[in-house]
Each structure stands twice: as structure tokens, then as C-alpha cells.
Design a protein around this ligand. Sequence first.
Ligand code: CUA
Length: 163
Amino acid sequence: MHIDRLERYWIIAVGVVLGAFGAAIVASVVVFGVRLPSPVGRIDPAKIKESEFATPGLTQDGDHTYTLRIVAKMWKFDVGTKEPQPTIKIPAGSRLKILATSLDVTHGFYVEQHDVNVMLLPGQISQVDVTFNKPGVFHIICHEYCGPGHQAMVATIEVNEGN
Ligand code: CUA
């Protein structure tokens, strides 16, 4: 079969580009440890009161390490307090393990200026590990439309000067 010279060059060029793309995917997994986000657990929303999410909120695990359990529901991020828009206070340098789930519909979970952006699905537990180094006020925002109270679904993380 005759292949024209220019055509052969293009076939080689396309092969090289596809090979580079494939190598990039393999390198991202093997070298850089990139993983698809996946739920860390399953939960029955009807039995949330019998689970570790029965008492959501902040618990201190060690020096500057905390676990924050959050239950998203229409239309609040529940951290175990009464306010409709709760505030979580931590010192700068705190490392948070955030465990979150939804009681009812799909909610969003986005933290300003930090690498946190997940969806909270009923029946699924999501985990995000994040360190808050910079003092300031950072909002947690629901960025999935979840009903008529969606725009009020905000909580705040207040990072104070560390010691
Ligand atoms: Cu919850 Cu929008």
C-alpha cells in the first residue's frame, strides 16, 4: 500500500501526540498520585441519627489537627449549632479532616480560597483534607442549586492568629 510522504509524517505526528497524552495520564497517576475523587463511605440518610453524623461539629484530634463533621440539608450546613449560618473557629495552621454528607438532596461544598470543591450526595460520605494557614474569614458555600433556600446556604470558617 502506498502512503504519501506527507501523509506518513502526519500519521507519525498524530502518533507522537497521542503517545504524549497517554504518557501524561500514566505519569499523573503513577508519579503524581492523582486519583479520582471517590466517597470514603456510604450512609443511609434515614439513619443519620444513629451514625457518626448524629453529633456533627468540630472535634480536636491533636495539636492543630481537627475533624469537622458536616451534614448538609435544606438549607443549612449543620455543625451541631442552632444558627442558620454557623461559624467554625480554628487557629491558623489547623489541619482539618472534613467529613460531609447530605441529608436530603445534592448540595455543593466549596470553601473560599482553599482547594475544597465537592458535591455532597445523600447516601455518600465525602472527605476533604485541608490546611488553613492564613488568618481570615472564609465562607463555605453551597454551589449546587438545591431548592428555594439555596442562596442562604452559607457557613463560615474563621481562622484566627495561631499561637
Ligand atoms: Cu444546598 Cu444549594
